[in-house]
Design a protein around this ligand. Structure first.
Ligand code: SAM
Length: 321
């Protein structure tokens, strides 16, 4: 068993089945044995993100942020905060503004600021709670041990906050369906709404809307190792990534209640196309020739055609009421 697995197993033997949120929290973020304590990015790691397609991704996102700043009337005081900044791949692209990268063990949202809260694949990495609708109730899917293996365990009805989340952000419940609640994402929206006096939250991730949830009868939990999606999210905790697709309806509706109104919700491809349009992608493709030009063209192609249709960009505006 992995070291994170040993910790979880001990907790289960002592206290009984743990919530999936707890399982994901230890598997990904335990300070010593969590998956994110080693560097999982890149060719030798388990996955690539759009952020690693530098400089093209950085140049286009910075161009979009310049457009947002223009819409705000070019405030002098303008900070870019990044949630889940990982390897700080965006640092160069954001160097024209004060840039505040936030990671699990470093950085914090300023109490009050004007600017942009940017994130790429942050919300999908937050621990979620899981449930199944059975016998007229949302029953929590906890994690138990059976012969030293982690297994799902259908437990009591979920706590009231999760029940409210399910009733609010999903269509009427269906017997036997799987549900996921990302209450941590809503807590982050609260924090953003409190701290961002004026500006935008720009969130890039993969996910679904209320209507699209119908496609995910078995839920959206996924696990990755060495660029391969794996079947079970319960195996080898700490040595593989675990993600849950983002519920964009929850981000939009919960954001609206907190003064973060949706300004745009589109595919990543649409956002990048609009950002590169004014100069026909000249800035992103650069003046280089040969190998560098080819490399940048490949990055643009991956961003627009590979990731661009799967990933979504949500732009929410603060400070307008
Ligand atoms: C999938 S990675 C994405 C990293 C980077 N944005 C990219 O696109 O390459 C998710 C990141 O979110 C960070 N993260 C997760 N929970 C966090 C929290 N509560 N506060 C700050 N960062 C967090 C993780 O440590 C990880 O680096």
């Amino acid at each position: 068993m992995t070291p994170a697995g040993e910790l979880l197993a001990a907790e289960i033997r002592r206290d009984g089945p743990v919530s999936f949120r707890r399982f994901m929290e230890v598997a990904l973020y335990h300070p010593e044995h969590g998956y994110y304590t080693h560097d999982p990015f890149g060719a030798a790691g388990d996955f690539f993100t759009a952020e690693q397609l530098q400089p093209v991704f950085g140049i286009l996102i910075a161009a979009h942020i310049r457009q947002l700043r223009r819409e705000m009337g070019e405030p002098v005081d303008f900070t870019v905060v990044e949630l889940g900044a990982g390897r700080r791949e965006m640092a160069d692209a954001f160097s024209e503004w004060p840039y505040l990268p936030i990671e699990i063990a470093s950085g914090a949202l300023p109490p009050h600021f004007t600017g942009v809260v940017f994130s790429n694949e942050f919300f999908d990495a937050l621990p979620v709670e899981a449930a199944i609708y059975r016998g007229g109730a949302f029953r929590e899917q906890r994690v138990a041990l059976a012969a030293d293996r982690f297994v799902w365990h259908t437990a009591d009805p979920v706590r009231p906050e999760a029940e409210e989340y399910f009733r609010c952000y999903f269509p009427p419940p269906e017997e036997g369906r799987w549900y996921e609640a990302n209450l941590e994402a809503l807590a982050w929206l609260d924090r953003i709404a409190r701290s961002l006096d004026s500006g935008f939250a720009l969130t890039i991730d993969y996910g679904y809307t209320r209507r699209e949830w119908m496609r995910f009868a078995a839920g959206t939990l996924m696990s990755y190792r060495r660029h391969t999606a794996l079947d079970s999210v319960l195996e080898e905790p700490g040595s593989r990534d675990i993600t849950a697709h983002v519920n964009f309806t929850a981000l939009q509706e919960c954001g609206a209640k907190r003064g973060l109104a949706t300004a745009r919700f589109e595919t990543l491809a649409a956002l990048l196309l609009a950002a590169g349009e004014p100069d026909q992608f000249a800035a992103a493709l650069g003046a280089g020739a040969g190998a560098e030009e080819l490399r940048r063209r490949m990055q643009l192609k991956t961003l627009l055609f590979g990731m661009g249709e799967t990933f979504r960009a949500l732009v929410q505006r603060a400070g307008r009421e």
